[in-house]
Design a protein. Structure first.
Length: 201
């Protein structure tokens, strides 16, 4: 795992001589794909299949505000005990938080909640968003249990230099209102393909 997704993407583009691509990033890829595009001119179109402006903010967004403040302060101070205690308290109170932190620790190879949150804090795109100049499509859901609605606005507002920013929120009427738009993946893929065809002409 690396937050500098531009590095593996560059290796692939260079290896195969690719220079007119659409990059699609789902879930955490909703941050990684735009980040890669910021540094690779060969990527012409970007699809963020979730809003991930700042992964740490996403992870702690369901915690009480005071707990969010405590966790951020502990990370800034590199203080393991408070952040581990805060994370364990949240895990005990919320099964979704327990799953999320345990899953994140496993995926990132972290030995503690503090280590996982420290690593997650590197995964954000707002500091390089101004470098993204490609066509940009953000896909979201109206009832995503993990991504707060305001995060979509953060991403779109940060896209100050893209050619054509566009955001599409899928709804219950479309049976695609939940996380990953799992109820209607075909619709999402159709929207992506129509967008690619429209901007490639």
């Amino acid at each position: 795992m690396t937050h500098e997704w531009e590095k593996p993407v560059k290796s692939i583009l260079d290896r195969y001589g690719l220079d007119d691509l659409t990059i699609v990033g789902a879930l955490l890829g909703g941050m990684l794909a735009p980040r890669a595009a910021a540094f690779e001119a060969g990527i012409k179109r970007v699809v963020a299949w979730e809003a991930m402006p700042d992964f740490l903010e996403v992870i702690i967004s369901t915690c009480p505000r005071v707990l969010q403040t405590l966790m951020k302060a502990a990370l800034r101070l590199k203080s393991k005990l408070p952040s581990n205690l805060a994370a364990k308290r949240e895990m005990a109170a919320d099964t979704m938080a327990e799953w999320g932190i345990k899953h994140g620790m496993c995926a990132f190879g972290a030995g503690s909640p503090h280590e996982y949150l420290t690593m997650a804090d590197r995964y954000q795109m707002l500091d390089i968003a101004r470098l993204i100049t490609q066509d940009f499509l953000l896909l979201g859901s109206t009832r995503d249990h993990f991504i707060p609605r305001g995060f979509y606005e953060q991403v779109i507002d940060s896209m100050v230099n893209v050619k054509s920013p566009n955001c599409r929120l899928f709804t219950a009427r479309e049976e695609a209102e939940n996380r990953c738009k799992a109820g209607n993946t075909r619709l999402v893929l159709d929207v992506i393909m129509d967008r690619i065809a429209g901007v490639s002409r």
